[in-house]
Design a protein around this ligand. Sequence first.
Ligand code: SF4
Length: 309
Amino acid sequence: MVANGCESDPFSSKDRALLELAPHLVLDGIQVAARAVGATEAYLCLHEGNRSVMAALAERRDAVPVKVVAVPPRYVASEETALVHFLATGDARPTGKFPRPTERGLRGRPTLVHNVETLARFAIVARTGADRSVHTDLVTVTGAVARPGVLEVPADTPISAILARAGGSVTARAVLIGGYGGTWMPRALADPLPLGREPGLSSLHLLPEPNCGLELTRNILFALAGESARQCGPCMFGLPAIAADFADLLSGRDATGRLAHRLPLLSGRGACAHPDGAVRLAASALRVFAADVRAHLTVGSCRITAGAA
Ligand code: SF4
C-alpha cells in the first residue's frame, strides 16, 4: 500500500494542508485501505519532511506499520509507477502503463497507490458511510482572488461558489483547472462547472486580467519539458518543441501550424501521462486565448505583461 503525498504541482497545496492539519485522517485511511486489500506494508511518500505526520505516527500503534519515504522533488517522481519503481530501486522514473502496480508492483506484488486525499476520504467513509452529501473536497485556489488558499467545500460545489468562498474575483479573465497538466477555461464558461465533474479539479488558478495566458502557458510548458524523465521520444523531444512553439507565438512568429501538427502526435505516446497533460494545457490555451494569439501574430503583443509560472 503506497500513499502519495508528494503533490508536485506548484498550483496545488491541498495535500500539504491535509497532512499538516489532519495527519491522523490520512493515516487512518492508509489503515482502512491496507486492511481492505490485505497489505502487510505501507509507505507514505512525501517530497519534504512533515513534522505533523511524524508526530501523529509516534502516537499510533497501527496494525500495518507506515514507513515515511522521501521522494526526489521532481514532477514525474510522484507518478504511481515512478513511486513503486523508486521504492524498489531508488530510481523515481515512471516504468510504463502496463502492468499496472495493482497487478504487479513492489517486489512483484499487487500494490495499491492512492493520493492522500483519497485515503482521507476512505477514513471518512469507514466512519460515516458512503453518504456523498456529507463528503467534502479540498481545492487550492490561487491567482486573482481576494483570499487564495486551500478550501474544503462540499462535494459537487460549483466553481462559482468556490470562487465566492475565496473572496471572489473581478479581474480574472481565465481559469486554469487542475494545475500544470490542466485545462484553461474562459472565466465565464468555468463558472457553472461543478467540482468533481472533471478529473484533476483539485486546483483553480485565476489569471489576472492584465496578464498574458500564452506567456504563462509557455512558462509552464518549459517547466514540464524540464521535468520529463527523458526516456520516451515524444516526451523528450516533443515537450521542448511545443514550448518553443509557444515562445515563437509570443514573439509574433506563427507556430500555429506546427502546433496543430504536433499536439495530436504527442497525446498518449509517453510511458506515463506526462505529455498528455502538457498537450491538454497547450490545446486549451490555443482555444481560450485565440484572440491573444491573433494579437501576437498581427501586432506582436496582446499589450499585456508577464504572467510568470
Ligand atoms: S512520458 Fe515523459 S515523463 Fe513519462 S515516462 Fe516517458 S519520458 Fe518519462
